[in-house]
Design a protein around this ligand. Structure first.
Ligand code: BMA
Length: 308
């Protein structure tokens, strides 16, 4: 069975603002949460100093956005001085949490720095109004770990998250979102064999979607040519460490000029798949430069995820 997400004709739906110092070069990899009848976007932006900051925009239709003129979340110290990246926002029990990658000039670990003399941390922040964010803690330190996303509710009484510890996507549990113990983490799936579209690297996209058939994930992967694509993974509702089904075919890949060419070529990268009135809204960065939207009916995506 083959299946595609449908690009919205209004794409790209958000582009850099040439008049703004902090978002004049790239806006990409947004989170979008639907709350109180509005779409709230938190997006990664880069401007003249090339440091990633998080901008905020709001919309009533998910297409036309009103953006705040200043970033709502910025680097604070050596742990994130090179940027705050790739937000994923979820509401759990009335509090908003943002998982994001902190990229700093310092490396907090015992081995070698992971990124150009510095390192990254899979961070969590919290907010009660989606605008003011308070940093919490990283899930782990001292390793190349990102693409972390929280499940929207506790599972068997505990908070749960997915994270990417190469080469696998891992599941992790925590009682309080602060303490993440090694013994509460397990790998769940990794890249497939050579020549598959997901043979080199895999990671999670937006917040897992709860369905009667399991936790529905849209995931991303790249191959030997570094082309990013999306697929689906279905995890057991009670035990999300158990993969029920994984799509053989991808559902989305770069085709438009602004996905094939930009700051980084051949990239579609999504941190958001909110479901509104039975439609899945997949927001994504195109070539690390602009923001696009692709949609599909939730029921069709479930059928595909169960059978492909
Ligand atoms: C990943 C992340 C994303 C980015 C992608 C493609 O590792 O850093 O932010 O979109 O690479 O460049």
């Amino acid at each position: 069975m083959s299946f595609r997400l449908q690009r919205h004709p209004a794409n790209p739906i958000l582009v850099p603002d040439p008049l703004s110092e902090w978002e004049c070069f790239n806006v990409f990899n947004p989170s979008v949460i639907y709350h109180n009848g509005l779409f709230h976007m938190h997006y990664r932006a880069q401007g003249q100093d090339w440091i990633s900051r998080i901008g905020y925009a709001v919309s009533s239709d998910g297409l036309r956005w009103n953006r705040l003129r200043r970033p709502i979340f910025e680097p604070q110290d050596a742990s994130d001085s090179r940027g705050v990246e790739d937000p994923r926002v979820v509401e759990i029990e009335g509090v908003f949490y943002m998982t994001y990658t902190a990229y700093g000039r310092e490396f907090y670990g015992s081995g070698q720095p992971t990124h150009a003399g510095g390192g990254i941390l899979p961070m969590i922040a919290r907010s009660t109004n989606l605008i003011h964010w308070e940093r919490m803690v990283p899930m782990v330190r001292g390793e190349d770990n990102k693409d972390h996303v929280l499940f929207p509710e506790r599972i068997n009484g505990r908070y749960a998250a997915l994270h990417r510890r190469r080469p696998f996507v891992w599941l992790a549990y925590s009682d309080d979102l602060v303490t993440w113990r090694e013994e509460d983490m397990q790998p769940i799936y990794g890249p497939r064999e050579d020549n598959w579209w997901d043979c080199k690297s895999v990671g999670s996209n937006g917040v897992p979607i709860k369905t009667e058939h399991g936790w529905l994930l849209i995931n991303h992967a790249y191959d030997q040519n570094h082309v990013y694509r999306f697929g689906t993974v279905l995890l057991d509702l009670e035990d999300p460490g158990r993969v029920i089904h994984r799509s053989r075919e991808p559902i989305f890949w770069p085709e438009e000029l602004w996905e094939l060419r930009g700051d980084v070529p051949n990239v579609v990268f999504s941190n958001a798949n909110p479901v509104v009135d039975g439609t899945v809204y997949v927001y994504y960065g195109g070539a690390d430069h602009v923001i696009g939207l692709a949609t599909c009916p939730l029921n069709d995506l479930i059928d595909f995820a169960l059978s492909s």
